[in-house]
Design a protein around this ligand. Structure first.
Ligand code: GAP
Length: 514
């Protein structure tokens, strides 16, 4: 199965089992907008809990807020989003399709890498055991030629994007002979800047309505509340403010399912530090956030850092945490050193003094900020694609299993009476009643036990609890583990402890604090 086929299956599975639906599907959906279904919302909430607790509970110098989506329009002038939150777009005149110009170039670069890998694979096949990959990569003429073309394109792209040289971006597209994937032609328009913010009107027109924006990042709600939180919370630098909330971007090219959406959710934390210490904190948060991802156990080699070549208008250092999705390594999270740009800009535009008074040194200064910013939906896609597994069993049957870390699984346990009589359903219902205040559990009595196991595997339930005739005699039940499919007999009275231990976030946090 190719990675593309795998991704298609994963999308179909997420819909079939109530994780994700296209938005307003009865009207044929709305491009790049999705709804979370009955299990999707549970998984999403658990991801948010993992983030929120790791940032706020584990750090006594980080507190949370929940700011409004609408903000005073001046916010976005101050932050630079009105002037500079743009993507370079280009249209193909034949297909009438619109593309992000930088993405077209990035895809061309990725293709050179694919060609190199093909050359390596061909040579490995030809030379067999004697193949020295390292030597081949550093000496083969074709590989060196492709790598040189790739690196030159990369350097040129960084140069023209950093200089906002739109004619240069188009010239590079022409030089690389990039064709439209739909029409196959090189008939391109000029490259233009396109502002990604959605706007709407607040108040009635008669009253003189003003334009407000749907926030394109949650961070600004934190910056404008810096003084409120610092003063009321008596926070001492260094300290952080965390927030989870919706953000909106009118993405030019929205694709890859929930990877790039027009309405999405962010989990952001702004860490306020003394100027001059920001690089040390940048390193700290870079490592902490990578550890947070790796603690989930999907495999360390599926993550990597990608340092930015083109820095956002507010940053002096930036890196992405990338995860290996079925469509390649892609950004899940950004860690940015934002300097004092935002606080200084808000001070300038609001006319308010936004500074911190350091009681120890007796000096006032505008704090610098290190930000960690992760998309909830991208994280959801990471967890879902890492967990999705198709397995052939020893008995020849196949199963689809979602190997979610137990702490993130939407349903923690399913309680299954073996038959629908002899007091088994009653006992099973009682177990559900005992567990339901602490955990999301399901009761299921329909179909054979094997079919019920498969249904729970397909939604990633870590434990199935079977109630049989022995249960009514001695109060014991069988628990079946999702991944190993091993079964064991335990006392029903021990179930709350067993499940608490299994689904706790604590083992993940222990790894983080090591
Ligand atoms: N405050 C900084 C900021 O917003 P960003 O790199 O533009 O930085 C941060 O976005 C994260 O938000 C990304 O790493 C990604 O996970 C998520 N994100 C951004 N745009 C998105 C979109 N259109 N759809 C889904 N997630 C998105």
């Amino acid at each position: 199965m190719t990675q593309e086929e795998l991704f298609k299956k994963l999308i179909a599975h997420s819909k079939e089992y109530g994780f994700i639906f296209p938005s307003s599907e009865i009207y044929d959906g709305l491009s790049a907008v999705y709804d979370y279904g009955q299990l999707g919302v549970e998984l999403k909430n658990n991801i948010k809990r993992y983030w929120w607790d790791a940032m706020t509970k584990l750090h006594d110098n980080i507190v949370g807020i929940d700011a409004a989506i609408f903000m005073h329009p001046k916010t976005w002038e101050a932050s630079g989003h009105v002037g500079a939150f743009n993507d370079p777009l280009i249209d193909n005149k034949d297909s009438k399709k619109r593309y992000r110009a930088d993405v077209l170039i990035e895809e061309w670069i990725a293709k050179q890498d694919e060609k190199i890998e093909k050359e390596v694979a061909k040579a490995a096949k030809r030379f067999g055991e004697a193949f020295d990959e390292q030597q081949f990569r550093t000496t083969n003429g074709r590989v060196l030629e492709l790598a040189a073309k790739r690196d030159a394109a990369h350097a040129k792209m960084a140069e023209v994007l950093n200089a906002n040289d739109l004619a240069g971006v188009k010239a590079l597209i022409e030089e690389l002979e990039i064709v439209c994937p739909v029409s196959g032609t090189k008939n391109w328009t000029d490259v233009r800047q396109f502002n990604l913010m959605f706007s709407t009107q607040m108040g009635s027109t008669a009253d003189g309505a003003s334009i407000v924006y749907l926030r394109p990042e949650t961070a600004q709600g934190i910056f404008v509340n810096f003084l409120n939180v610092q003063k009321t919370g008596r926070m001492k630098i260094p300290f952080g403010i965390a927030q989870i909330g919706k953000a909106f971007r009118n993405e030019i090219v929205a694709r890859q399912f929930i990877f790039r959406m027009r309405e999405f959710e962010q989990m952001e934390m702004q860490f306020f530090v003394k100027p001059g210490t920001e690089m040390q904190w940048f390193e700290h948060w870079r490592q902490f956030r990578m550890n947070w991802h790796r603690a989930l156990g999907f495999g360390d080699d599926r993550y990597r850092f990608h340092d930015h070549e083109k820095l956002a208008h507010y940053a002096n250092a930036a890196t992405d945490v990338e995860y290996e999705f079925p469509f390649g390594f892609k950004e899940v999270e950004g860690i940015h050193s934002r300097t004092d740009f935002d606080l200084s800009q808000h001070a300038k535009f609001s006319g308010k003094k936004i500074q911190y008074f350091d009681t120890e040194s007796g000096e006032s200064y505008t704090p610098y900020v290190v930000e960690t910013s992760i998309g909830v939906d991208r994280m959801f896609l990471q967890v879902f694609s890492a967990a999705y597994t198709e397995e052939k069993l020893d008995n020849g049957e196949e199963r689809v299993v979602l190997r979610f870390p137990a702490a993130l699984a939407p349903v923690k346990a399913a309680v299954l009476p073996l038959v629908k009589k002899d007091g088994l359903p009653e006992m099973a219902r009682k177990i559900v009643d005992d567990l339901k205040f602490d955990h999301f559990v399901q009761y299921d009595e329909k179909d054979s036990i094997g079919k019920r196991y498969r249904r729970q595997d397909a939604i990633g339930t870590p434990l199935c609890i079977t109630v049989d005739h022995q249960s009514t005699e001695d109060g014991s039940v069988t628990i079946r583990h999702r991944d190993s499919m091993q079964q064991e007999r335990v006392a029903a009275a021990d179930l709350p402890t067993i499940i608490n231990n299994l689904v706790s976030l604590r083992p993940l946090f222990d790894k983080l604090l090591k």
